[in-house]
Design a protein around this ligand. Structure first.
Ligand code: SAH
Length: 248
């Protein structure tokens, strides 16, 4: 029997209310249940009219199973930080529904990802072709991450690095910075911690400084420049190429 309820997979943005979409807000307000990690649920608590279910880190599969079950007869919002498609809960929901042939009405509501909220704080580092790489090897083997990082460097992409470091994975950041240095020398990178939320900090640092300091943590995103990126007066800019055609 088709479900009577609905499951929203809601991206809540980087952590300030202004960067949450109107659609995300409406979905949460209309929900009988709001489910998510404590940090995200706390952030939207004032919007919730239904019940709140807090689910722990590492309990993603259980969280999804519960949300899908409840969504058979209820409106449910599964909340995820930034955009739910990017290192978020959306792919797991779609995989779970597909693998188990579940008939449930669901909708993924996009959110402003860390990449979008952090890059303007540096100027305009992305601008065109770019790659997005996570250094977390919890679900992806390090060999794959390293291969993708090397290919992105060979391809001269601007690279946004998610999940650069955590207490358990400090070594991955050092390995990644050393790989960047193989291709680019001890280049400057853009580093943004807590973009658009309390504790926001923006720095331009050399790769070696990133390794030596303890500045980068799991609330940080790093932008690796491409060969055209200009870093000057604290601004990181990758020109789109207008000056090849026009006088800028
Ligand atoms: N779905 C999220 C990403 C989750 S992975 C999104 O679209 O943004 C978690 C990683 O995202 C963190 O380790 C960090 O690298 C990055 N991140 C999330 N929010 C951030 C913020 N406000 N400032 C800087 N980096 C952030």
């Amino acid at each position: 029997m088709p479900s009577q309820g609905k499951l929203y997979i809601v991206g809540i943005g980087p952590g300030c209310k202004e960067l949450m979409t109107v659609k995300a807000k409406k979905a949460i307000e209309s929900s009988d249940y709001v489910i998510g990690h404590k940090r995200y649920v706390d952030f939207v608590r004032d919007l919730v009219k239904g019940k709140i279910i807090v689910s722990g880190m590492g309990k993603e599969v259980e969280r999804v199973r519960l949300a899908v079950e409840l969504a058979r007869n209820n409106i449910v919002s599964l909340v995820s930080g930034g955009d739910p498609n990017i290192y978020g809960i959306a792919p797991l929901v779609v995989e779970y529904i597909q693998s188990n042939n579940i008939s449930v009405d669901y909708e993924v509501i996009p959110g402003v990802s860390a990449l979008n909220s952090a890059s303007p704080l540096l100027g305009s580092p992305i601008s065109g072709d770019h790659a997005v790489i996570s250094l977390s090897d919890l679900l992806v083997p390090w060999e794959t991450i390293e291969k993708r990082l090397r290919k992105a460097l060979e391809g001269d992409f601007v690279i946004a690095i998610y999940n650069p470091s955590s207490k358990k994975r400090k070594g991955n950041l050092e390995k990644a910075m050393k790989i960047v240095m193989e291709y680019k020398g001890d280049t400057f990178v853009g580093v943004v911690k807590n973009a658009c939320r309390d504790g926001e900090e923006v720095r331009i640092m050399r790769c070696s400084e990133v390794i030596d300091s303890n500045f980068v943590d799991m609330s940080t995103i790093i932008f690796v420049p491409n060969s055209e990126t200009i870093i000057k007066n604290g601004i990181m800019l990758t020109p789109r190429g207008y000056s090849r055609k026009y006088e800028v």
